[in-house]
Design a protein around this ligand. Structure first.
Ligand SMILES: Nc1nc2c(ncn2[C@@H]2O[C@H](COP(=O)(O)OP(=O)(O)OP(=O)(O)O)[C@@H](O)[C@H]2O)c(=O)[nH]1
Ligand SMILES: [K+]
Ligand SMILES: [Mg+2]
Length: 521
């Protein structure tokens, strides 16, 4: 039928002509074989918008929209006029990129149209792609594109008339996963990269997308496979003289080393999750220390009311900020003092409650008021209690900040010599702010993990769950008792590592992960 169509078209091709056929049946069912398309860049007016297709009809869609017999060279940007396949009307002069599978993002044939980002251009191209439905066939034949020698290029694969349909959210990435282009941790890294708002988040996401976590897990899984092979060899040939000496001992050593490595990663697990969802930084101190002034300064917006009246802040005010490249949920709280009215007392209760949840406490005092009972009390309680814990056994860290340094006389004695390590700051003049930001960067790197160095972080509860599952299974590995049970423990442990990178993953887990993506990714 398509050859017949071509002949008809070729005969008529002495100028731009239009040829449409309609099919009432045989529509390709939407599903994995379908070709999908979507706007992959953001919505709204912009310089350049990128529209992508993926699937077996991508090449045909490209040839039809560019009214060309030949596909452009693979993976090279080519300038082409795009026209509506039904009306022949020009839509845009655009850069097109042809990525024949499997060397593409999804592993399928893909096309990128880099069009001018006006809404009418974008909707025109999307509409044109949508019109290439299975039941509508439209060919615009350019001037002089006649003759028989090109006929086969226009033919569709025998027996199939694939159409294009709009992509669902995350469908491009899901296809990349299904075709083995990305494993599950890399997919998560990609989702995190798209959502990354701070420098540290971007670094972490990029490392995960590069496959560092997946690589680590695969290495661990290989260790378990080897250990399992040793145990099974012993079960089968234990009595055999040919079996190498110390096979079981070797497996035992490898499993113990793996337990140590898993334990170390799990101890760090909270850090990666903080990096992904934000560390809790709580500003606390006696009334009027300048806590709200600092919150406004760090968030660069008037989050909290600042006033000379002590007890201004009552509720906990939380604001997301990028602090020195790290994502932070910054909380302003009521000044800590006793013997006040019921409303302020409730504020103080809420402040103490929030303090419990802090990953990092910004403890603030008025540098010109260190001898006051409220300052002394604060130093003796909050600062002393956190400072007494060693950083290794506490997940909470503390930075002591002495504000209002502008009120200290340059000649006068500095702040009390018995004070713990501290930073001087003036929210009024901004002096000391750079030093504070540098100190915050170091503290937050300790709280969230430094994504530039060290081992890959566990950024999701899912990662923690599987590593813990692996470790728990290994605790049942006792080769000296029952070898069959020991082998089973190794298999269960390995299963957790496999599922972490997406092997044998259930559909529900995949659905949860791909829900994070937008249409076009
Ligand atoms: N001189 C000077 N005044 C400051 C500085 N920082 C804040 N202040 C002033 O100190 C007063 C109290 O500031 P706030 O930011 O409201 O203090 P706070 O700790 O949030 O107070 P409460 O919410 O009442 O506990 C205001 O009048 C500020 O303008 C500073 O660095 N130098
Ligand atoms: K105040
Ligand atoms: Mg306040």
């Amino acid at each position: 039928m398509w050859r017949g169509l071509w002949t008809l078209a070729a005969q008529a091709a002495r100028g731009p002509r239009r040829l449409c056929t309609r099919r009432s049946s045989g529509a390709a069912a939407p599903g994995s074989g379908a070709t999908i398309f979507a706007l992959s860049s953001g919505q709204g007016r912009c310089g350049i918008a990128v529209i992508r297709t993926s699937g077996p009809s991508s090449g045909h869609a490209l040839r039809i929209l560019t009214a060309a017999r030949d596909l452009p060279p693979a993976r090279h940007a080519s300038l082409r006029l795009l026209s509506d396949p039904c009306s022949g009307e020009p839509l845009d002069r655009a850069l097109v990129l042809w990525f024949p599978g499997p060397r593409s993002f999804t592993g399928e044939d893909c096309v990128e149209f880099h069009v001018h980002g006006g809404p009418a251009v974008v909707s025109g191209v999307l509409q044109a792609l949508g019109e290439l439905q299975p039941w509508v066939r439209c060919l615009v034949l350019p001037m002089g594109l006649g003759g028989d020698q090109g006929a086969s290029d226009w033919d569709l694969p025998a027996g199939s008339v694939p159409g294009l349909r709009p992509a669902e959210a995350g469908e491009f990435t899901r296809r990349a996963f299904a075709n083995g282009k990305l494993n599950l941790t890399e997919v998560e890294g990609l989702a995190d990269l798209i959502h990354a708002e701070t420098e540290a988040q971007r670094r972490q996401a990029l490392r995960q997308l590069d496959g560092e976590l997946g690589h680590l897990c695969r290495g661990w899984a290989e260790t378990l496979t080897k250990a399992l092979a040793h145990v099974e060899a012993y079960i089968d040939f234990g009595e055999d003289d040919n079996l190498e000496e110390g096979v079981l001992e070797q497996a035992d050593i490898e499993v113990r080393a793996l337990e140590v490595a898993l334990g170390a990663h799990l101890r760090d697990a909270r850090r990666g999750q903080r990096l992904r969802s934000g560390a809790h930084v709580v500003v606390t101190g006696p009334p009027n220390a300048g806590k709200s002034s600092l919150v406004n300064l760090l968030s660069r917006k008037p989050v909290s009311i600042v006033s000379p009246e002590p007890g201004t802040t009552r509720d906990v005010l939380e604001t997301p900020v990028d602090l020195a490249g790290f994502p932070v949920l910054l909380s302003d709280t009521a000044g800590l003092r006793e013997g006040v009215g019921p409303v302020e007392q409730e504020g103080v209760r809420r402040a103490r409650e929030r303090l419990e949840q802090a990953d990092l406490i910004l403890a603030m005092l008025d540098a010109s008021d260190l001898a006051s009972p409220s300052s002394c009390n604060f130093l003796a309680t909050v600062v002393a209690s956190v400072g007494a814990r060693s950083p290794s056994d506490s997940s909470q860290r503390l930075l002591l900040v002495l504000n209002k340094s502008d009120l200290l006389s340059p000649e006068g004695p500095g702040p009390r010599p018995d004070l713990p390590p501290h930073l001087l700051l003036s929210c009024l003049t901004g002096e000391g702010l750079d030093g504070l930001l540098e100190a915050l960067r170091k503290e937050l790197a300790a709280v969230c993990g430094d994504p530039s160095t060290g081992s890959p972080l566990l950024t999701r509860a899912r990662h923690q769950h599987h590593l813990q599952g692996c470790l728990d299974a290994l605790s049942h590995y006792k080769p000296s008792k029952d070898l069959a049970l020991a082998a089973e423990a190794l298999r269960v442990a390995r299963g957790h590592l496999t599922r972490l990178t997406g092997g044998g993953g259930t559909e529900e887990i995949l659905d949860i992960i791909f829900r994070d993506f937008c249409v076009g990714k």
